[in-house]
Design a protein around this ligand. Structure first.
Ligand code: ZN
Length: 252
């Protein structure tokens, strides 16, 4: 049993009091190790929320530096940090928010070559990266490692969030969802298409809630369902994703 300090009991009081969390759920959060791929718009919602909730260990992976165009939707960074490495800044942010969290910064772009080395040993990964090459490398690796993936993406006024456990017989993996056409596609970025900070915050927070539910054991299992958000029409839709019987990642 993980014990809590006085600081932790006070800090997490508003969530421990929830019957669905309680001491049992809080211990699960503290025992959990979560990796966040991408410290961008999605990551800026995910990282503070996970750190505040008391996830035990966080790994933040991003190879980029802060650009002035990021500040509109990435409030964990400040104007005077333009030009500095995001992963390190995000880790410093976590330490100053909640010193109980063990945090590691990885200043690398995730590729299929080293995704296993970086993502292994985690209990769950939240992918908020902005390109399909990274997302597929993350998705394929986690299916093989049997680590749950929360995938969250936002562009223009559309958001998509889903939990994947593709190694299970009836559950799709990320590749079942997007197919093979995007392995070399790197153009699905906010740089070209635009996005509102309020949208990335909404979608990132929804993905974080999904992760916390899964770790703490709250509510029904939503693995294999895709949640689609229309930010212009203000509507969430839930779609059941099929497992692709010919998927080269999960149906071998
Ligand atoms: Zn698959």
């Amino acid at each position: 049993m993980t014990e809590f300090s006085d600081d932790e009991l006070e800090r997490y009081a508003r969530q421990i009091v929830l019957p669905q969390v309680g001491g049992v759920g809080q211990r699960r959060l503290k025992a959990a190790s979560v990796a966040v791929v991408g410290a961008g718009g999605i990551g800026s919602a995910v990282i503070p929320s996970l750190a505040g909730a008391g996830i035990g260990r966080l790994t933040i992976i991003d190879d980029d530096i802060v650009d002035r165009t990021n500040l509109q939707r990435q409030p964990i960074f400040r104007d005077d940090q333009v030009g500095q490495p995001k992963a390190q800044l995000a880790a410093t942010f976590v330490r100053s928010l909640n010193p109980n969290v063990e945090v590691a910064a990885v200043e690398q772009r995730l590729t299929s070559d080293h995704a296993k080395a970086i993502l292994g040993e985690h209990d769950l990964v939240i992918d908020g990266s902005d390109n399909f090459a990274t997302r597929l490398a993350v998705g394929d690796t986690l299916t093989r490692l049997q680590i749950p993936l929360v995938s969250a993406a936002a562009v223009q006024f559309q958001g998509q969030v889903a939990l994947f456990r593709g190694w299970e017989a009836d559950k799709p993996c990320y590749r079942c969802f997007v197919g093979d056409a995007f392995d070399t596609d790197d153009c699905d970025t906010c740089a070209e298409q635009g996005v509102l900070g309020a949208l990335t915050a909404t979608v990132g927070s929804f993905g974080t809630l999904m992760a916390i539910r899964a770790i703490a054991g709250i509510g029904d299992d939503v693995a294999g369902s895709l949640f689609l958000f229309d930010g212009a029409g203000l509507d969430w839709r839930k779609i059941r994703l099929p497992k692709d019987p010919n998927c080269r990642t999960c149906s071998a």
